[in-house]
Write a protein of this length. Structure first.
Length: 126
């Protein structure tokens, strides 16, 4: 049996999806772009601010599901410019501690709303 995870501390879905779905002890968090949850506006200008906003959105949804980012077992990162990957690593170290989750980083041509970064993750609450 699954349940929908929803929080006002992260951006509301901008399409036909849920912020996250919990199936048993596993939580699947949908891709997050750097949308400010209060305004729905894309954070722009500074890639560090954009990456932090994405991690903050993931964190808020993880907490709404009854977990933390420490429960993440898989993180997927999508970047329109792979030169930003070292900054993702630097900032990620402030949100996660060892053992780090498994991770994929993928260079993409474009992301929703012109975002430069998107991330999704899977949590294990067991």
């Amino acid at each position: 049996m699954s349940s929908i995870v929803q929080t006002s501390r992260a951006p509301q879905a901008i399409g036909t999806y849920s912020q996250a779905v919990r199936a048993g002890d596993t939580v699947y968090i949908s891709g997050q772009i750097p949308l400010d949850p209060a305004t729905g506006v894309l954070v722009s200008g500074d890639i560090e601010a954009e990456i932090r906003r994405v991690f903050d959105n993931l964190k808020a949804i993880a907490e709404a599901a009854g977990g933390t980012l420490g429960h993440a077992v898989k993180l997927s990162v999508f970047l329109t410019d792979m030169s930003h990957f070292p900054k993702v690593n630097e900032i990620m170290a402030t949100y996660f501690s060892t053992p780090y989750p498994a991770r994929a980083a993928v260079g993409v041509a474009a992301l929703p709303r012109g975002a430069r970064v998107e991330m999704e993750c899977i949590l294990s609450l067991a």
